[in-house]
Structures are given as C-alpha cells and as structure tokens.
Design a protein around this ligand. Structure first.
Ligand code: ADP
Length: 371
C-alpha cells in the first residue's frame, strides 16, 4: 500500500536521516486484522530512504506521521522481512561484530510470529540461522547457543538438561544402584522452595568479569552445528518456558525471551561476535511500569544514541546489563516493532510507534561519531 500523495507531511517529519549512519534500524510490522477497519496508511519518500506511516488515532483524534527504516504490512511475507532485514545482521556477525534484534510491541501484535514464526511460516530466527550456517566463513567457527528468559528481573535458563541440573540427586541415585529420573521441576528451570514446597524459579546470577565482561553464571552454552540443532533447542526451550510459567503462575507476556548465539573464530579466537534475538515482554507492561528491563532498554538506547560522555545505565536492568557488550561499541541493533492496526488497539499502537519513532530520531548521527 504505497501512496506518497496521501501522506500529509508535517514540518520536521523529514528528519535528520541525510548523511547519518545509524546503529539502530527501526522496522514496523503491521499485522493483518480480521476487521476491515484499519488505522494506518503508509508511503515511502525515496529521497530520505525512510518509510512514512500515517496513523489516525480513533479515540484521541490524533493523526500522526512517523518515519522508520522499514514498514511492512499484511502484504509482506516472512521471507520479505528476512530479505529486507537479514543481510545487515548476517554481515555484522560475519565481520566479527555484535548484533541484536529486538521484537517490541503489545501482546498479540505479532512479535513471536515475526521472530519464530510457525512450522509453515518460519520467522526471522530460523531463517537467520539457516543463512548463518550456510556462510562459508563461519564453517570453521565455534558456534554456541544460549536460551533464557528474564522474568521479574530474574534469569531462567531454558536449556538446562536433566543430567546436569541436579548433581546431588544423581549422586544419591547412583549410590542406590539405580538411576532415578530427576523430577520434572528440578530440571525445567524451576525448583521447589524447600520450606514452603512451592515452585520457585532457578534464577541465575549475572556477573561482571573485569576482563571477560558480563556473563550469566552457569548458563547453558549449547554447541550448535546446523540449523536443526538450533530448532531443537528452541523447541526444548519453549516447553521449559511453558512449564516454568505454569509452575510459577507467570505470564509469558511479562517476560523477555533471549536467544543468544556466540560465534568464535576457530584457532585464534580473534574474531568473536554475538547475535542476540530477543522477544520482548508485551509493551503494555511498560506503560504499567512493571517491567524494569523494558524501561531500561529504552533508557540505554537513548543514552547510547546521544553518545558523548553520558553514562549508559546498563546496570539498571537485567536485560541491558546482560546485553551491555552487545549494545555499545560497533554493535548493530534492529528494533522490530509489531503493531495491530485495529482501532480498538489505537492507544497501544500509538505508544509503540512513538517509541520506535523516538529511537529512529535519536540514533541517527553523523558518520564521524560512530566508533
Ligand atoms: P505476540 O508475540 O506479540 O504476543 P503473536 O506473535 O503470538 O503475538 O501473534 C498473535 C497471533 O497472531 C498468533 O496466532 C500469530 O500466529 C498471529 N499473527 C501475528 N502476526 C501475524 C502475521 N503477520 N501474519 C499472520 N498471522 C499473524
């Protein structure tokens, strides 16, 4: 649906995109809607290489123009999105730099669909993995994968294995001469509070090493050699996440799911890159002020973009602390904002679009200021 003429541009909408190189790419994906009514129209201004999105806010009567690097709608397939956004991410990893992809948006807006997709309509993560494992250069590199969630500022490993999870109980069972299966709760990222006998998350500690940087203590790093390894780990992680949620009576919409792929060059280890793929908590949790990490991410991106001597508040939230090395320096960030165009979600949609618009405005800065 590209139609320039129908987009009424206000003063200042042309932005600062001209001679800048941005470390943050902002893309918006408008999900399909059952209802015929939609809030949005979008168009493209080639001279700025930006897409303009025009939104009619139903309640507030607010009509607004936003500008992003990409706008996708229901006419864009999973593959279209990968073709548009994938190459920059791949290039970053292959050249030994960090990259992060965040899916941001209201619950139900299509974050998980865009990142993971379905068996028939595979999302960005499986497509990126497939392309990465096809890279000639990476074939000699060591690739490992971690998968965890951040719930309530706690890190829960989603790839813990039954064998590794509870050494103590294994010891006991060996003495008894037979190997007992560990209890489901003991390895599924969930433990039992010994006093109250209620399920508790087996949260891992985040630590900072003076030389090696930030790491999550005891986090599983699974060697992965082909896309099928990643797919299997994703499936296992998803089921661990579901069990942990039920046990904790938690809501997945409030947690961040993080897939972390590390690439280390074979012998020398000279080149090292990290790819973070993050399905963020529903953006409605930010408005309610209950998700520290979601708020923290916004703050850090803002500070990073402003550059200069300002201190980036990485340690204010678990998500940004873990991603500290992946957000600064030469890293590239892709912010994928998912929105639902139906009028009843106008308010949340506008909030998401404003967040994305702000990220785009702030981070575009002249080439010479980039590390
Ligand atoms: P979120 O992760 O933001 O909570 P989901 O990705 O789970 O939202 O999407 C909610 C539902 O809508 C899912 O059933 C998903 O398959 C469907 N959906 C979302 N976006 C699209 C899309 N672009 N095309 C087709 N189906 C979609």
């Amino acid at each position: 649906g590209i139609d320039d003429s129908s987009i009424p541009l206000a003063e200042g909408d042309a932005l600062t995109a001209s001679a800048g190189v941005s470390r943050v790419t902002v893309a918006v994906r408008i999900r399909p809607t059952d209802g015929a009514k939609t809030l949005m129209r979008f168009g493209q201004r080639h001279e700025h290489a930006l897409r303009f999105l025009h939104v009619d806010g139903s309640k507030s009567d607010e009509a607004k123009n936003f500008a992003y690097d990409y706008v996708f709608d229901q006419s864009d397939s999973q593959d279209d999105i990968f073709q548009a956004l994938g190459p920059r991410v791949l290039e970053q990893v292959v050249s030994g730099h960090h990259a992060s992809v965040f899916a941001y948006g209201q619950t139900g807006s299509g974050k998980t669909y865009t990142m993971l997709g379905t068996a028939e309509e595979r999302g960005l993560i499986p497509r990126l993995c497939e392309a990465l494992f096809r890279q000639e250069l990476l074939k000699t590199w060591t690739i490992t994968m971690s998968f965890f969630e951040i719930y309530n500022e706690q890190v829960v490993d989603l790839l813990t294995l039954p064998e590794a999870a509870n050494d103590e109980s294994n010891e006991t069972s060996r003495k008894g001469g037979r190997r007992e299966e560990p209890k489901k709760e003991e390895w599924l990222g969930v433990g039992l509070d010994p006093k109250r006998k209620v399920p508790v998350l087996n949260a891992l500690r985040v630590r900072e090493h003076s030389k090696y940087g930030v790491y999550v203590e005891g986090l599983t790093k699974l060697p992965v050699n082909e896309p099928a390894d990643v797919e299997a780990a994703l499936t296992r992680g998803a089921s661990v996440r579901a069990v942990a949620e039920t046990a904790m009576n938690a809501e997945s919409s409030r947690s961040h799911a993080v897939v972390q792929l590390s690439f280390a060059e074979g012998e020398s280890g000279d080149r090292f890159s990290m790819l973070n793929l993050i399905d963020l908590a529903g953006s409605e949790n930010e408005a309610k002020n209950i998700n520290k990490s979601l708020l923290g991410l916004g703050k850090c991106i803002t500070q990073l973009a402003q550059g200069g001597l300002s201190v980036v508040p990485y340690r204010e939230s678990v998500l940004t602390w873990i991603l500290k090395d992946a957000l600064g320096g030469n890293a590239h960030t892709l912010m994928l904002c998912a929105v639902d165009p139906s009028p009843e979600n106008a308010e949340q949609t506008l909030t998401t679009l404003r967040y994305a618009d702000q990220a785009k405005k702030i981070v575009t800065r002249p080439v010479e200021n980039i590390d």
